[in-house]
Design a protein around this ligand. Structure first.
Ligand SMILES: O=C(O)CCC(=O)C(=O)O
Length: 284
């Protein structure tokens, strides 16, 4: 599948920028053909099931679709992530973020770190564009340098259309002049730090906006919120075993893959809903 030969480590300049701004974008990782292939895999699943991809498979799709399991192990991505987090790497989560034209869905201003319960803010998201992601169709926006702030208070809104589990949003306003648009073409990725303040508006364009977010952590991190937590070892060695290791799916939507995904995704939803008094919503 990997045909794009531009395997490279992040340059020192790019690393400096990531460390200073808390994000780096755009980074060309996949060719347009590869991005088209990924999108076609997603859309074949959707055609076969007669509906757009929904929960539960938007969460941790790397446990159910072999093509996603391959993407999270892509050497080009791992080289970049290794430069930031070191050689021993787990994937803690994956998410499809899909906005249909004019469906009104959005993401409120938030820091990812708020409810994840990870012991240190050394978490890097690689967000891969499978469609164009531009201002008019709901591209992400980030507040440069905000990753250097502490964890900020958030309010859970549970508002309709908000793609975050709790609809959580930071309690303070973000000024227009402080935000940077993260516009991407298919095959490009952005990187962001777990404390960066970010969000996105509804898609008012004519094409879908499709992103696949991969959450990388070094193996020495642990889950501090008292739940059983899982992750996939994608590079190096895990000498800590703080997370239960996830298996790699062999076939798409196989019986054992569905069983594994259900069991693990349910645990992760418990974490996301912890303390809300609400029942996790696993279904469509
Ligand atoms: O896809 C989006 O618009 C936002 C995604 C996001 O919040 C994330 O990947 O952390």
């Amino acid at each position: 599948m990997s045909t794009y030969q531009d395997t490279k480590v992040m340059s020192p300049r790019q690393l400096n920028r990531y460390q200073k701004d808390g994000f780096l974008s755009p980074v060309k990782v996949f060719s347009e053909d590869e991005a088209r292939f990924f999108r076609s895999q997603l859309e074949e699943y959707e055609s076969a099931h007669g509906s757009v991809m929904k929960t539960p498979y938007r969460n941790k799709p790397h446990l159910i679709f072999p093509w996603v399991a391959e993407v999270i192990r892509d050497p080009k991505i791992l080289k970049i992530v290794e430069t930031v987090l070191g050689p021993n790497l787990l994937v803690w989560g994956t998410n499809f973020f899909i906005k249909e034209p004019n469906d009104g869905t959005f993401i409120s201003w938030h820091q990812d770190s708020t409810y994840w319960g990870l012991s240190r803010p050394d978490v890097l998201t690689v967000w891969i564009a499978l469609s164009p992601s531009r201002r008019n169709n709901g591209a992400m926006k980030m507040v440069s340098g905000s990753h250097k702030m502490e964890q900020m208070p958030h309010t859970d809104t549970f508002e309709a259309g908000n793609l975050l589990t709790r609809g959580q949003k930071i309690d303070q306003q973000v000024a227009d002049e402080d935000m940077v648009w993260i516009e991407l073409e298919p095959g490009e990725v952005s990187l962001h730090h777990v404390r960066i303040i970010h969000g996105s508006e509804p898609n008012t364009g004519s094409d879908r906006r499709i992103g696949l977010a991969i959450r990388f952590i070094p193996t020495d991190l642990c889950q501090v919120n008292g739940v059983k937590d899982y992750a996939t070892l994608v590079h190096g060695r895990d000498e800590y075993n703080h997370f239960q290791h996830e298996p790699c799916p062999k076939v798409s939507l196989g019986e054992s893959e569905i069983e594994t995904h259900t069991r693990i995704a349910e645990e992760s939803f418990k974490l996301f809903y912890q303390g809300t008094g609400r029942e996790p919503k696993f279904g469509g």
